[in-house]
Design a protein around this ligand. Structure first.
Ligand SMILES: [Zn+2]
Length: 153
């Protein structure tokens, strides 16, 4: 496997430290008024929290390509069962996180594919905040939820 040029930490102007030299992207899969969340293992950064699959973007990738690649690696899903609809861009200046909001087709089956993921679950929009959310996801979810509700109402 070739080295990923996006891997690395960024010291951010927001005071935080983020993963992904060219920013990061995540895939928010939506189906039947639910979103797919992943329970991250305790040993990863911000572990033991729920979030969307995703990771660092490489310089040659679009954010959608990065989000889809990470989701395929982490969940073992088939990329052609994912229909990206809209991107939510969380811009920190020196770093950014893009949430790619996508429709999951009925045939899509997600698996716990690697050891970074303990559990995956489809969760109703209104129940999302009852989970212990990854801090970055928790921060953007209120805005992302507005888009999701508009797209899937
Ligand atoms: Zn930041």
């Amino acid at each position: 496997m070739s080295a990923r040029d996006g891997d690395g930490w960024v010291e951010c102007t927001c005071g935080g430290k983020h993963w992904g030299r060219y920013g990061a992207a995540g895939l928010l899969l939506v189906r039947d008024q639910k979103i797919l969340l992943q329970h991250r293992a305790p040993w990863v950064h911000n572990g033991d929290t729920w979030g969307v699959p995703g990771g660092a973007r490489d310089s040659h990738e679009s954010v959608r390509e990065a989000a889809l690649r990470e989701a395929i690696e982490e969940l073992g899903i088939e990329g052609d069962l994912v229909e990206p609809l809209e991107d939510f861009f969380d811009d920190h200046g020196v770093w950014s996180y893009t949430t790619v909001i996508a429709r999951a087709k009925a045939e899509l089956v997600a698996h716990e594919q690697n050891d970074e993921s303990l559990q995956i679950e489809w969760i109703a929009f209104n129940d999302v905040t009852s989970k212990n959310l990854h801090p970055s996801f928790a921060h953007t979810w209120p805005q992302v939820k507005t888009i999701v509700e508009r797209l899937f109402s």
